[in-house]
Every structure is written in structure tokens, then in C-alpha cells.
Design a protein around this ligand. Structure first.
Ligand code: F6P
Length: 506
């Protein structure tokens, strides 16, 4: 694929570096191992194992300058209309930081604080009730962020509630979940920015019926009238706003389930960790800005080296849901191929993002990472201090994390080709001091900012997701055919054949 004149600058560096070996680059530069690293609060990131030299780094910083990254970051915080196709700002930073200048960002921050206070009241009221179980009903950004944070912070749960998640429209998910719960002691939170998402409305209706009415039904939505019409009492609806994208929303009342699991104080710590990252990203020059580095390396691997997939490899069981969360954040935000002006983007954009937790993944797909025909760059993520006392296990975990990063980069020469490791597989090494709410907040905010910077470099809108609409529309058109058995409106011959097969076997 051709590239923009701005991206062309990477071509010459890529030609020079594409066959350079990472261990040689590291050996050549005695300060590289420690020098290509940044720390922000509890988060350390090392970029020494990328196929980049000092000149290429300079070119990347130049690219960030040419693309106007610092001004674009400022515009995000200040509430500029960065979501052009929907004519909206994207003010997720205002949910946790008071860094935006101007009325729009300040108002957003004030509103967020007011709703957080109301959310604290609802958390306290629920804690004083007989409720023991909470079901978060939502999908996409109304599920993945809270689900990740609740799981990641499991060691800090207050123990007051068990928190469950129901996302898929597949009825077996609802059946399986509800089988183990008592409707008299369960509350449901229907989380949907639009309050128009099919899965959430169907599952919400199941919960409403199962609970026997709206008494223990809560909602989080930007469509408050929609939630009320569904049967949720106004006093139990927490608003969100069109200036928060679903996949950027866990810091809002979408995080209600997180607050119920860990308490408001820890929820605030999560926000504080993100706010620390916000302050860094807004204030640091591109040459020492962690989110900008992370984004530039992503763009280098994608556009300089032409690598089309990226692995997220957390070495902590509590971050097992991170790849799924980042799949939405990265692929829904960056899976675009036109500019905000509707012109085709002339460089490759979002890689396929996937991953899994270490060490378990070492015994499944790591074979392909080490000896497969494709090079897959990776983010390896570790936690220094565990929250358990099994020291031997933790030492083994850290040794494996370090070993895999080394093996991917350095490879191994062997006479037998079957036993040869090509190496030269780039990776970023991220370390959290401990998996605290602050560190988790900082980590997730880093990825949010990196995604936004990548969108600026690629000249795409990170905040819309028109690509998900067509399938929803066709599903709506096909529902009568599936439900009523009539082929009226079914135009595609393959779909007609498949419907006939379903009916024959149904
Ligand atoms: O279909 C995609 C999407 O709109 C996501 O962007 C969003 O996070 C998810 O659906 C859920 O949307 P809502 O919160 O409006 O139910």
C-alpha cells in the first residue's frame, strides 16, 4: 500500500533497518537498554527491543511533529470536535482530570463529578440493602472495561457483592448466569450509552422479568428517557453523555460495577492513576512522552516494517481480559480506511490485535510467535509485586516473562533448522510496580492515548464506529425471516439457502 508523504519518511529508515538484528542494535548502543525507557508513576515501559536506531527515532519524532500531535492532544483535552463524523468532542479525560481548558471540558468535568457523587450514593444504598449479587448487562464498551477492571482488581474486592456480567445475546449466557442467582437478592445494571443496543435490551428484558419488576433495576445511559421507558426508575439512572465514547467510558458511571466490587475509594484511585497518565501525556514533549512513544512504535511496526498483527501478552492472570478489552479499543478505534474528510487513507492502519495471558499462552500459540513465518510484535506486560505469597510461582512467572522477550528478540542459532529461532521479533516491555487501581488506571489511559495519537498519525477518526452498523441493519432485516419463516425481504441467495438449512434442522 502507498503511504502519505509524511509516512514516506519511514521508508528510508525501514529499508536500512528491516534486516538489522535487534540484539546487534542493542549491543551497538551501550545506553539503549536503559535509555529507550520511560516511567510514569507506577508504570515503566522499555522500547529497546524494536528495530529502530537513533535516526529512526528522530524521524518518528519528526513525524509526530509534522502530524501536529502535541496540538491534537491539547485539542482532545480541551473538548475540540475530534469526532468529526459525529460532530462531538471525546472527553473521556474530563471524567478523571481537570486539565482541559475552556468551558466544554470544564463543564464535562463538573458533570462527571456530580454523577460520580450520585453513583457513590447508589453504591452506599445498595451496600445497605439485602442485595448480594450484581449483574452488569451491557456489551462492547458497556461491558469490556468494567469486566476487565472488576477481574483485574479481584484482590481488592470489598466482598460485599458478587459482580457478574451478561453481554452476549446468546440466551445460554443468561440461562447459565441466572441459574445460580436469587432474584430477591440480585440487582441488575443495564449499561448502554444508546439504550438501543439489541443485545442489552433483550438481556435487560430477561432480567427485568426475572427480577419481577424495576425495583432492583439500575441503568447507565446517555439516553435517560429510553431507560425510563424501559421501566427503570429515574432515581436509579446514572447519566453519561455523547462526548464519552463507549470504549473510553469505564471512568464514567459505566464503571458502577467496578465501584460496587471495590468501593468508591478504589474507583477514585483508578481514576487518579489515569489522571496521572493524562497529566504526563498532555505535558510531556513528544521526545519523552510515553503515549507518543507507544503510538510511534505501533506506526513504525505497521507502516515502516509492514507488520499486520500485534500481540498483547500480559504475564498476570488478573490481566487475562486485557487483550479482549484492547481489541475493542484498538480495532474499533483504528479499524478505519478513510480520513475524516472521506478520502481514502493511503497507508495501512489498525493491525489485527490479539493475545493471551502468560505463561499459559506459551504452551499454545507462542510456537508461531517464535518460529512462524510472520513477525508479530508484542506488548509484554508484567507486574513486579504480586498479591499472593507463592513466591516460587512469582519468580517463575517473571523469569518466563523476561525469557520470552529475550527469546523473541535474540532468537537462537542452531545447525538443525527445526531447532532454529529466527528472533528479531520486536516487543515493548511494560512493568507495573503492582496491580493497584492506580497502576491499572495508568495502563489503560496509556493505551487510550496511544490509540488517539495513532489516529492522528494516520489521519483517521478514532471515535466513530460506522463499520459496525451494516451487520446490525441486516440482522434487523433478517429477524422476521428467522422468527416467522417468511423469505420476504431476503435478497441474498446464500442467506436464503442457509435459512432453509436452519429451518430444516430447527
Ligand atoms: O456496536 C458497537 C457499539 O456501538 C460499541 O461502540 C459500543 O461500545 C457497544 O456497541 C455498546 O453500545 P451501547 O453502550 O450504546 O449499548
Amino acid at each position: 500500500m502507498r503511504s502519505t508523504p509524511r509516512m514516506d519518511v519511514l521508508g528510508a529508515h525501514a529499508a536500512r533497518l528491516v534486516d538489522r538484528r535487534i540484539p546487534e542494535l542493542v549491543a551497538e548502543d551501550p545506553v539503549r537498554a536503559a535509555g529507550r525507557a520511560l516511567r510514569v508513576g507506577p508504570l515503566y515501559a522499555n522500547f529497546a527491543r524494536h528495530r529502530l536506531d537513533a535516526d529512526a527515532w528522530q524521524a518518528l519524532f519528526g513525524l509526530a511533529g509534522d502530524a501536529g500531535v502535541p496540538a491534537a492532544i491539547r485539542a482532545l483535552f480541551d473538548g475540540a470536535e475530534v469526532n468529526a463524523s459525529e460532530r462531538r468532542p471525546a472527553l473521556h479525560t474530563a471524567l478523571r482530570s481537570r486539565l482541559g481548558a475552556g468551558a466544554v471540558a470544564r463543564d464535562a468535568h463538573r458533570l462527571a463529578g456530580e454523577v460520580r457523587a450520585r453513583m457513590g450514593g447508589l453504591v452506599a444504598a445498595l451496600a445497605a440493602s439485602d442485595v448480594t449479587d450484581i449483574v452488569n448487562v451491557g456489551i462492547g464498551g458497556s461491558d469490556l472495561g468494567p469486566r476487565l477492571a472488576v477481574d483485574a482488581l479481584r484482590d481488592l474486592h470489598s466482598g460485599r457483592f458478587r459482580v457478574h456480567f451478561l453481554a452476549n445475546v446468546d440466551g445460554s449466557a443468561a440461562q447459565h448466569l441466572l441459574r445460580g442467582l436469587d432474584p430477591a437478592r440480585t440487582a441488575a445494571i443495564l449499561v448502554s450509552k444508546s439504550f438501543g443496543t439489541q443485545e442489552t435490551l433483550l438481556n435487560g428484558a430477561i432480567l427485568r422479568d426475572w427480577l419481577g419488576g424495576g425495583e432492583r433495576l439500575y441503568a447507565v445511559s446517555a439516553n435517560v428517557p429510553g431507560a425510563e421507558a424501559f421501566g427503570v426508575d429515574a432515581g436509579r439512572i446514572l447519566p453519561m453523555w455523547d462526548w464519552v465514547g463507549g470504549r473510553f467510558s469505564l471512568w464514567s458511571a459505566v464503571g458502577f460495577a467496578i465501584a460496587l466490587a471495590v468501593g468508591m475509594a478504589r474507583f477514585d484511585e483508578l481514576l487518579a492513576g489515569a489522571a496521572e497518565m493524562d497529566a504526563h501525556v498532555l505535558g510531556a514533549p513528544v521526545e519523552c512522552n510515553l503515549a507518543v512513544w507507544h503510538a510511534l512504535v505501533a506506526v513504525w511496526n505497521r507502516n515502516g516494517l509492514g507488520l499486520d498483527s500485534h500481540a498483547i501478552l500480559p504475564y498476570d492472570e488478573r490481566l487475562a481480559l486485557l487483550p479482549a478489552y484492547l481489541q475493542q479499543l484498538v480495532m474499533e478505534s483504528l479499524g478505519k480506511s478513510v480520513t475524516p474528510r472521506g478520502e481514502p487513507v493511503d497507508c495501512a492502519t489498525a493491525p489485527v490485535l490479539w493475545g493471551g495471558v502468560g505463561t499459559s499462552s506459551q504452551h499454545s500459540f507462542f510456537q508461531a510467535l517464535h518460529q512462524g513465518s510472520d513477525t508479530v510484535p508484542a506488548d509484554l506486560i508484567g507486574v513486579v509485586r504480586p498479591a499472593h505469597g507463592y513466591t516460587d510461582n512469582h519468580h517463575a512467572l517473571l523469569a518466563n516473562l523476561l525469557a520470552q522477550a529475550e527469546a523473541l528478540a535474540n532468537g537462537h542459532a542452531a545447525a538443525d533448522p527445526q531447532r532454529r529461532y529466527p528472533g528479531n521479533r520486536p516487543s515493548t516491555f511494560l512493568l507495573l510496580d503492582a496491580l493497584t487501581p492506580q497502576a491499572l488506571g495508568a495502563l489503560l489511559a496509556l493505551y487510550e492515548h496511544s490509540v488517539y495519537v495513532q489516529s492522528v498519525l494516520w489521519d483517521i477518526n478514532a471515535f466513530d464506529q460506522w463499520g459496525v452498523e451494516l451487520g446490525k441493519k441486516i440482522a434487523g432485516d433478517l429477524l422476521p425471516a428467522v422468527r416467522d419463516g417468511s423469505d420476504a425481504g431476503v435478497t441474498d441467495p446464500v442467506t436464503r439457502t442457509l435459512l432453509a438449512e436452519i429451518r430444516a434442522r430447527g
